[in-house]
Design a protein around this ligand. Sequence first.
Ligand code: HEC
Length: 181
Amino acid sequence: MSDPHHTADHDAHAAPSPSGLKKIAALLVLLGLPLVVVGSLVGCNKTQTGGQIASDMSEEAVAGRIQKVGRFQLGEASREPKTGEQVYQAQCTTCHAAGLVGAPKFGDAAAWAPRLATGYEALLNSALKGKGNMAAQGGGAFADFEVGRAVAYMANAAGAQFEEPEAPDAEAPDAAAAEAK
Ligand code: HEC
C-alpha cells in the first residue's frame, strides 16, 4: 500500500490491498474520464466504442482526416471551370473594358467587326499566344477552354455568335490530354 504502482509487473510482487485497489480504480477513472469525453467530442458524429475512439485519435487517423479536407479543397479549385464572363471580369477588363493600349473595347461592334471577320479560331489563337500589346492569355493563367469562353463572351458582346467551348470532360482524361496538345 505504501507503493501503489499500477503497472502489471510491479503489482505481481506487491499486490495492493483492497483500499489500494480502490485508489487505483479512482485514479484510472479520473485519468480515463477526460479521455473519453475528448474522444467522444472528436468523434461526436459517429457511434464508437472506446477502442475505436483511441484508434481514431492516432496520428495516422488524424492525418487521414486532414488529408481528406485538403484533397476536397484542391479538387474544388481545380475542377471549377470559369465561365467566359468570370474570366473576362478577372483578367480581360483591365484593357478591354475601356479599350486601353489599343485593345478593342468591350461591346464596341465597330472596333471588333474586322477582328470578328477573322473567325473564332484566329481570335482564340491571338488570346492564347498574345498579340501586340496583349500578353499570352492577357497575362492570365487559365485553361485554354476558359480563355476560349472569354473570347466568345467578348466577341458575342460585340455582335458575334460564338458558342462558349465546353469544359473537357473530367471523366475522360484522354479528351483532356488531347485538348492540352
Ligand atoms: C494588357 C491589356 C490586355 C489584357 C489584360 C487583355 N487584352 Fe486582349 N487585347 C489587348 C490589345 C492591345 C489587343 C489588340 C492587339 C492588336 O491587334 O495588336 C487585344 C486584342 C484581343 C483580341 C482580338 C485578337 C485579334 O486577333 O484581333 C481578343 C480576342 C482578345 N484581346 C481577348 C482577350 C482576352 C480573352 C483577355 C482576357 C483573358 C484579354 N484579351 C486580355 C490587350 C489586352
